[in-house]
Design a protein around this ligand. Structure first.
Ligand code: MIC
Ligand code: SF4
Length: 754
């Protein structure tokens, strides 16, 4: 039986009426995305049509998921909100804090030792506030959610950008910062700008070496890392219905890499099969009663151009397998062209590691397809040239894959089976085979490949591919290996070819597990005490931020970031994950990965008060001590990637008043607003070039801060001249209230007291 089945039935019971009403008001057939959005309005039955890409709308999500690295800050904030229980079903998943080194058994034990303080904190807060808790080793949040909580037509939010994975089961699932989750946990509405809609029509059928991953690798190549910003991507067509539910999860998952608000698919037979296989026949039965409401109206898919803001068509019959990278997930290269491109760009051809796993590709089907390639290495007597690492997505997947002999196939190749957790995907990897900053190549089935992400080495060239392609490349040890056309020399001196992968969508003997790793909270948690030691280096209770106010003068430039500046650059993960619950300590990584436009170095900026250069956090602390506000300037898609609100809270804590960029990634922009800071964009992109290293900033008209009103900032240069810079913002009145109160949380607290 499914968790929270009554809640799901309740959602379905109002869906028909709300969707019918929405159709009437909008005056058109509806996409699935619109149906789900209009069925989840905070005010209930729709009364007006919203303008896509413009109107802010209050929603009522059905559930929330948090992972350990972001849950700490989310729950520290929730603890201040003055509530005794979460208002909607919520779960916490321990998956990010487990380092991959020797293999699951040892690694999990070590993580439980090293991070016991944090796990105990999360477990007790969960128990106190009625939150379901998934222990370390239970699996990666998004795989566990897909297996247990996602349901067609539902709406959820999660404190992780890949929450969107649940689009594979027909949800609108959206990644948010912790403060957004706190709103919903505290029983208030969750606000989102009504998204634009991109339709992706999948014709034909996947075949041979081409996998669901290749669909999203191709889409990323077309739309780039910011092409999906502010939009929901809805997939449809025979290519969509003919692929598995977990395959749809892969595609939805990596929609985060194009900046999409989320991605989704209409309810179909593959979803029904998956629900039944994962012990949720009750959800499938309930969904079947309102089937038509869980997919778009037929007219929409027949004439998509009329109903979507943009339509892309991909023919799966001719789609070729891809590898995307290095350093960015949208640099798409068909495997057949890699040889030429890698040589032209001087990418190292020798592949040191093939890593299979991460929330995007760690299902039973993924492992089975990759195993069908791995098995050929043994059967055809091919010596494997790269190291292999596997992170199963959940204990249920691991247990079942182990029972069915799939893991043994990898073990026969000396693969290391790591914990059911994120591991190398988030830099939780004690990689022993390279030292320092050696140039090298790895291939993985993860979703992100930003510089330094997996192993901290800026010269690791990471390429993203399907699990089966990763297996083939790892066997060959070469980035330029094209299994469709190339042969490999086996130990008998023969040239052999790898056959295309064969996988099974769902385990023929059914899923099984002994201990899935779930802990149900007690009914009444009021007597549970949550303690945080004042001397802890990992957890710190929060002190509310004081409002910045509307008189910002004499602010100094902290850093003008050059080029790509993702949340990994702003608040690195890997070794820093240990400080995710301690704002002051984690602030020591603030912007240390961003490249300073002056001098092009990282973590080396000028302190205008002394004329000396230092690390970003140190210089920021010096300004803060002198009570001087600072400004951060950045390029396009600033804050791409993670949902981690630390990337906003750290600059806020260190005295940054405003972040001014050419454009923002959605989640990060909201995170800045939530923490009571200014997130602004240049009205003229080229004004970025006017900002100089010694600039001092005066906000001219911040006392007139109002929705839709452009602001003016005077940048006074060292030579005494100044530039007047016009900046835009997307704050609505309630977001301006957050700014005025110092943070959204301050406002919630105030309202609770009132
Ligand atoms: C990621 O993939 O970057 C992470 C780590 O899962 C983040 C969340 C975090 O930083 O904790 C994400 O995607 O939101
Ligand atoms: Fe974990 Fe990687 Fe997925 Fe983020 S992308 S949730 S780090 S597996």
């Amino acid at each position: 039986m499914a968790f929270d089945i009554e809640m799901i039935k309740k959602v379905y019971s109002t869906m028909v009426e709300r969707v019918d009403k929405a159709r009437e008001i909008v005056g058109n057939p509806l996409t699935l995305s619109e149906k789900i959005l209009y069925a989840h309005l905070w005010d209930g039955t729709p009364t007006k049509a919203f303008v896509r890409g413009k109107d802010y709308v209050d929603f009522a999500p059905d559930r929330i998921a948090c992972q350990d690295a972001t849950a700490q800050m989310a729950l520290l904030q929730f603890m201040q909100a003055g509530k005794s229980k979460v208002a909607v079903p919520t779960t916490v998943h321990c998956d990010h804090l487990i380092q991959a080194k020797q293999g699951a058994a040892q690694d999990l034990k070590r993580a439980n030792d090293v991070s016991s303080e944090v796990f105990d904190f999360l477990a007790s807060v969960s128990n106190k506030y009625g939150i379901g808790f998934w222990k370390p080793g239970a699996g990666i949040i998004h795989q566990v959610v897909l297996e247990n909580y996602a349901f067609p037509g539902g709406m959820m939010i999660g404190t992780d950008s890949h929450t969107v994975n649940a689009g594979g089961l027909g949800m609108v699932a959206i990644g948010v910062g912790g403060a957004d989750a706190v709103d919903v946990m505290a029983g208030t509405a969750w606000e989102l700008k009504f998204p634009k809609l991109i339709g992706v029509k999948l014709t034909g059928k996947l075949n041979g070496w081409t996998a669901p991953k290749d669909v999203i690798l191709k889409v990323a190549g077309i739309l780039t890392v910011k092409g999906g910003t502010g939009a929901i991507v809805e997939y449809f067509g025979e290519g969509a219905t003919s692929m598995s539910c977990t395959g749809k999860g892969t595609i939805s998952n990596m929609g985060a890499e194009i900046g999409a608000t989320t991605s989704t698919f209409g309810y179909d037979a593959s979803m029904e099969r998956y629900l039944r296989a994962t012990d949720r026949a009750d959800v499938a039965d309930a969904a079947n009663t309102i089937k038509d409401y869980l997919t778009a109206d037929a007219e929409v898919y027949a004439n998509p151009e009329q109903y979507f803001d943009q339509v892309i068509e991909i023919d799966l019959n001719t789609l070729r397998p891809h590898l995307n990278g290095p350093f960015t997930p949208d640099l798409a290269t068909p495997v057949s062209e890699m040889s030429e491109k890698a040589r032209a760009n001087d990418w190292p051809l020798k592949v040191d590691w093939g890593l299979i796993g991460s929330c995007t590709n760690s299902s039973y089907e993924d492992l089975s397809r990759a195993a069908s390639i791995a098995k050929q290495a043994v059967d055809k007597n091919i010596k494997v040239k790269s190291d292999f690492g596997i992170n199963p997505g959940s204990e249920q997947v691991r247990y079942t894959a182990d029972r069915d002999g799939i893991l043994q196939i990898f073990e026969d190749l000396d693969a290391t089976i790591f914990t059911n957790a994120c591991g190398p995907c988030i830099g939780q990897w004690d990689r022993s085979d390279t030292k320092g900053d050696e140039k090298n190549t790895i291939v993985h089935s993860f979703n992100r490949n930003f510089s330094k992400r997996a192993d901290g080495n800026p010269n690791t060239h990471a390429f993203v591919g399907s699990p089966e392609m990763v297996a083939a490349i790892a066997i060959s040890g070469r980035l330029d290996f094209d299994p469709l056309n190339d042969t490999l020399l086996n130990e008998d001196g023969e040239q052999v070819k790898l056959d295309p992968p064969i996988g099974v969508e769902l385990p023929p003997l059914g899923f099984d597990v002994v201990d899935a790793g779930y802990v149900e909270p007690v009914e009444d948690g009021s007597s549970i005490n949550v303690t945080v030691s004042p001397t802890s280096e990992r957890l710190q209770l929060l002190t509310p931020f004081t409002p910045i106010g509307n008189n910002i003068t004499g602010a100094k430039l902290l850093i003008k970031a050059f080029g790509k500046c993702t949340t990994d650059h702003i608040s690195m993960a890997g070794p820093w994950l240990r400080f995710r619950g301690h704002l002051d300590n984690i602030s020591n990584n603030c912007l240390i990965g961003a490249v300073n436009a002056y001098g092009k170095k990282t973590n080396f900026v000028k302190n205008q008060l002394t004329g000396e250069f230092g690390g970003v956090p140190d210089v920021a602390r010096a300004y803060k001590a002198a009570e001087v506000y600072t400004i951060v300037v950045g390029d396009h898609n600033y804050g791409e990637g993670s949902s981690r609100e630390h990337a906003a809270m750290e600059p806020r804590h260190l005295g940054v008043a405003a972040v001014i960029v050419k454009s923002f990634a959605r989640i990060h922009e909201t995170n800045l607003k939530k923490q009571g800071m200014l997130g602004l964009t240049f009205a003229n992109e080229s004004d970025y070039d006017l900002i100089q290293e010694d600039d001092t900033f005066n906000f001219v008209d911040l006392n007139e801060f109002a929705p839709g009103k452009q602001l003016t900032i005077e940048a006074v240069h060292a030579d005494g001249t100044s530039s007047m810079i016009k900046v835009n913002h997307t704050y609505n009145q309630s977001q301006i209230d957050w700014y005025n109160e110092g943070s959204a949380l301050n406002l919630i607290k105030k309202e609770n007291i009132a």
